[in-house]
Design a binder for this molecule. Structure first.
Ligand SMILES: Cc1cc2nc3c(=O)[nH]c(=O)nc-3n(C[C@H](O)[C@H](O)[C@H](O)COP(=O)(O)O)c2cc1C
Length: 180
């Protein structure tokens, strides 16, 4: 093994899946934030966790809400995911600036995003501060899948510089031989 910088070593985690975390203020305002730092944490009940930076508008919303939704966007949603990751809901209404459309949830009051590969409705169960992010733990109380949209998107190394081209499907990663 060669000792290296933490930055170089962390770069080897890619590809990383991309989710969209949907949160709301309870008074009708809804926001969507791309998050790679989402993981499943429990089988019974099925739970997941998302790590949210303290500067994000999503952090304010999730701090003050007991519910959130995690979606896996489809490959057709790359452009909108890119927009949501480069703008803050504190400044813009992302749903009026993108083609993302909401859909009624079953249990929580935060909406689903239409044409996602999958959406999970979550009830917040806990929080843990980790440095400049907070991990929000959620129990999945309802789930929805698309019958048509199957291709999730991943970030490949260097996505910050590559813009939308930094988001790829598994098929695109295989085609490019991991060179992106
Ligand atoms: C692919 C991708 C993954 C991201 N993953 C995370 C993440 O896991 N946690 C986080 O706090 N921010 C993450 N971000 C950054 C936020 O999405 C970004 O700062 C966003 O503009 C915050 O929006 P908001 O202020 O409306 O909440 C990611 C961005 C992109 C594009």
């Amino acid at each position: 093994m060669r000792e290296t910088s933490i930055e170089e070593a962390v770069g080897r985690k890619y590809p990383e899946w991309v989710t969209l975390v949907v949160s709301g203020d309870g008074a009708g305002q809804v926001n969507a934030m791309p998050a790679g730092w989402v993981t499943f944490t429990s089988i019974d009940p099925v739970m997941l966790a998302v790590s949210v930076g303290h500067e994000r508008y999503t952090y304010q919303l999730m701090e003050n809400s007991a519910e959130f939704v995690v979606t896996f966007p489809s490959s057709e949603q790359k452009k909108d995911v890119y927009y949501c990751g480069n703008n803050s809901g504190a400044d813009v209404d992302k749903f009026s600036k993108t083609s993302l459309r909401t859909e009624e949830p079953s249990v929580v009051s935060v909406p689903l995003i239409k044409e996602s590969v999958v959406c999970f409705e979550c009830e917040k169960r806990g929080e843990l501060v980790t440095g400049d992010h907070t991990i929000f733990s959620g129990e999945i109380v309802a789930a929805h899948v698309s019958e048509e949209k199957m291709e999730k998107i991943y970030t490949v190394k260097g996505w910050h510089e590559k813009g939308q081209a930094g988001f790829q499907t598994v098929e695109e990663m295989v085609r490019d031989g991991g060179s992106n």
